[in-house]
Design a protein around this ligand. Sequence first.
Ligand SMILES: NC(=O)C1=CN([C@@H]2O[C@H](COP(=O)(O)OP(=O)(O)OC[C@H]3O[C@@H](n4cnc5c(N)ncnc54)[C@H](O)[C@@H]3O)[C@@H](O)[C@H]2O)C=CC1
Ligand SMILES: O=C(O)C1=N[C@H](C(=O)O)C[C@H](O)C1
Length: 266
Amino acid sequence: METIKVIIAGPRGRMGKEAVQLIAGQEHMELVAVLDHRYDGKLLSEVVEFSNAEVQIYTNIEECLQNTKADVLVDLTTPEFGYIHTKTALEYGVRPVVGTTGFTKEQLEELTQLAERKGIGCIIAPNFAIGAVLMMKFSQMAAKYFKDIEIIEMHHDQKLDAPSGTAVKTAEMISQAREEKIQGHPEEKETIDGARGANFEGMRIHSVRLPGLIAHQEVLLGADGQTLTIRHDSYNRASFMSGVKVSIETVLNLETLVYGLENILD
Ligand SMILES: NC(=O)C1=CN([C@@H]2O[C@H](COP(=O)(O)OP(=O)(O)OC[C@H]3O[C@@H](n4cnc5c(N)ncnc54)[C@H](O)[C@@H]3O)[C@@H](O)[C@H]2O)C=CC1
Ligand SMILES: O=C(O)C1=N[C@H](C(=O)O)C[C@H](O)C1
């Protein structure tokens, strides 16, 4: 197998750190550069303790892509920069694997069209954990029988986007199996704004943010006299790494943008 040359954007972040260590442990992958918003020109090993990778830090994505012959850019940054990085990588013919969440529908559509025009692969995965992907699929299956659904996602309090990318993806997958339905009492009123959560085709999404949490989600499905609860918990960020690995390997063989890990797993 040929060595896959990888750039990681956001290498000092909670996910980025794990991804740097993931690549270091793969014989068929090589970290060729990292993209940060600080420490331009320094080596990663000079600014972090967790890695001895002697790869250059770039703060300018175009310069980074021009100077390195990368195959894949893994983005684990913020919605604002993740979008810019993904778009620029596609324009340079470098395949993006994007874990960053919080992109708008319009941004996803634009990136889909750009990947199509360029004829190169891109994977945008709101959740790389296999258990989370199964939770979404099981919820979609159950929604055929349970039309009343509330999603409760729970994350650490440093998270920028709400609802989480996973909650949005879950609602989108469920909506493929469920007719739009207004839930609750037709005359219900919120006496405090937001009490009923976000409204996605009548389903409700509630976002909890607390220190101590990592990434958790419950999908509650209700019907007459019964409820079904489907829950997934990530207790560490290593739980996402097998999904990052398979995405890096798979994106090389794609010619379009794939949104969601469920679309590339057997
Ligand atoms: N798809 C998945 O399975 C998962 C996705 N995520 C998503 O990944 C993203 C990152 O999450 P965390 O690592 O928890 O956040 P974090 O805040 O720990 O890390 C983000 C990193 O991005 C860096 N950054 C900010 N602007 C940048 C720029 N312009 N260029 C390069 N780097 C820049 C920051 O310095 C920081 O180190 C979030 O959008 C989060 O929702 C998080 C966990 C799992
Ligand atoms: O920010 C996080 O931590 C996570 N973000 C992703 C999301 O928004 O769904 C995936 C996972 O839930 C962790």
